[in-house]
Design a protein around this ligand. Structure first.
Ligand SMILES: [Zn+2]
Length: 287
C-alpha cells in the first residue's frame, strides 16, 4: 500500500482511509472517514502514464453536440460569476482559466466582455489554443508568477480530480484573486446517484481511460477544501443524472435508463445528487 500515489485525504483531513466496494483495476477506491472523499489507489508511475494522454492534442475532443453544450454552460457560468462579483464593474473583469485546454472558455469569456486568458500545462494543447487566437500561457499556474490580487475571477474546470494536493493550487488561485474575487470549480460528484448506481462502471472513476482522475469530491468535501484554502463557499450546485453508456446496454434498456435519468434530473439538482458539480468560492473581502 505504500506504493500509492495518494497517501492521505487530498482535502486535508487527518482521518483514516477505508476501503469501499467500488473496485477498479488499481484496487478498491478508498474513502476518507471524515469527508467521504473517494481516493484512487493508483501508483505514481501509472498516474504519470495516464496523464501523458493529456498532451496529445487530439485527446478528448468534444463532438459537435458536446461542444454546443459546453458553449451554453460557459455563458451561464460567466453570467453567474458576474452576478456574484456584484454585477457592474467600472472596467472589464479579468479572468484566468486554469487548465484551459484549447481555450474554449477563454474565448467564451472574451466574447462575454471579460479580459480573459488561460493557463495550460500540456504544451501541444496550449500551442493549439494560441494558434486559434486565444491568449493561453504554457505551464503550471505557479510557474506564471502572476502578481497578487490581479484577477476578479479564476476558473478550474475538471482539474481538481487529477490532483494529489488540490489545496496548494487553490491557495495559489486565492493569492492571484482580488479580495471579493470569485473562483469557480467544476468536478464530478462522487455522492451522485449516478456514482452510487454505476459504481466501478461510472466512467468518471476510470483513471486509465479518463487520464488521471484520482480524487473524487462530494459537496461536503468540496466545501471543506474551499474553507481550508481560505475561501468562503458562495454556492454548490449539482446537475445531470446518467445510469448507462450507450455502448454497454442493449437499445431498449439504454432508453429505459435514459428516461429514468431524465425523470430524476430535477430531484438530483434539489438534493445535490447530480453527477456534475459546480462550486463558486469567494475570496473573503477582509483577510
Ligand atoms: Zn477527508
Amino acid at each position: 500500500m505504500s506504493n500509492r500515489y495518494i497517501e492521505t485525504c487530498p482535502v486535508g483531513c487527518a482521518a483514516a482511509l477505508a476501503t469501499t466496494d467500488v473496485v477498479l483495476p488499481e484496487g478498491p477506491l478508498l474513502r476518507c472517514s471524515a469527508c467521504a472523499q473517494l481516493i484512487s489507489q493508483i501508483s505514481e508511475a501509472d498516474y504519470l502514464q495516464s496523464m501523458q494522454a493529456f498532451n496529445d492534442a487530439g485527446f478528448n475532443l468534444p463532438d459537435e453536440r458536446a461542444a454546443q453544450r459546453r458553449a451554453r454552460h460557459a455563458i451561464q457560468r460567466l453570467d453567474r460569476i458576474r452576478a456574484l462579483l456584484g454585477g457592474r464593474l467600472d472596467r472589464r473583469a479579468r479572468i484566468v482559466d486554469v487548465g484551459c485546454s484549447r481555450g474554449d472558455f477563454v474565448a467564451a469569456a472574451t466574447g462575454a466582455g471579460y479580459e480573459a486568458e488561460g493557463v495550460e500545462p500540456a504544451p501541444q494543447i496550449a500551442a493549439a489554443a494560441r494558434a486559434a487566437g486565444r491568449k493561453v500561457h504554457t505551464g503550471l499556474l505557479e510557474a506564471q508568477h502572476f502578481d497578487d490580487a490581479q484577477f476578479d475571477a479564476v476558473s478550474l474546470f475538471e482539474v481538481v480530480e487529477h490532483l494529489r494536493a488540490p489545496r496548494e493550487l487553490l491557495q495559489e488561485c486565492r493569492r492571484i484573486l482580488r479580495p471579493g474575487g470569485i473562483m469557480l470549480i467544476s468536478t464530478g460528484n462522487a455522492a451522485s446517484w449516478t456514482a452510487r448506481a454505476m459504481k466501478a462502471r461510472w466512467d468518471y472513476f476510470q483513471t486509465q481511460k479518463d487520464a488521471g482522475h484520482i480524487s473524487f469530491f462530494n459537496p461536503r468535501s468540496m466545501g471543506l477544501l474551499a474553507e481550508r484554502a481560505g475561501f468562503e463557499l458562495a454556492e454548490v450546485t449539482t446537475g445531470r443524472v446518467r445510469f448507462a453508456e450507450k455502448s454497454n446496454l442493449p437499445g431498449p434498456l439504454f432508453i429505459a435508463a435514459k428516461l429514468a435519468a431524465e425523470a430524476l434530473a430535477l430531484p438530483a439538482r434539489l438534493y445535490g445528487r447530480g453527477h456534475d458539480m459546480l462550486a463558486y468560492l469567494r475570496k473573503p473581502s477582509v483577510a
